[in-house]
Design a protein around this ligand. Structure first.
Ligand SMILES: [Zn+2]
Length: 119
């Protein structure tokens, strides 16, 4: 398990990253017109294409996260008592990041990670 936070939060984070990167690239491209005039328009065009690709990826990531959250399991976190969603058999709580599992055979294997969150 390489996710440091809940999978749904992880996908939302990546969606946000791609949105910001896409917008940043587009702003840089537009700045190219101001800096280099006519030659900058070519640079701006290239940057616009890359910015659009990044924005499309972010939309795809958001869409994917939305699709997965509909199939997520709703449960109450045993650590913080709040309602959370989990994807697959093993995921982290969206609020306290405690490892949660539906598989009883794995329940005791991740105890070093969960114990640090205990009061
Ligand atoms: Zn929790």
């Amino acid at each position: 398990m390489f996710f440091k936070s809940a999978k749904i939060n992880e996908f939302r984070l990546w969606g946000l990253v791609f949105t910001l990167v896409g917008m940043g690239i587009m702003i840089l491209g537009t700045a190219g017109i101001v800096l280099w005039g006519q030659a900058g328009k070519i640079v701006a065009g290239i940057f616009m294409v890359f910015g659009m690709i990044a924005l499309l990826i972010s939309v795809a990531v958001y869409f994917w996260a939305g699709m997965m959250s509909t199939s997520a399991t709703m449960l109450q976190c045993p650590e913080c008592g709040r309602q959370t969603k989990m994807l697959g058999k093993t995921d982290r709580c969206m609020f306290c990041r405690t490892m949660l599992t539906l598989d009883p055979s794995q329940a005791t294997e991740h105890t070093p990670e969960t114990s640090e969150h205990k009061a």
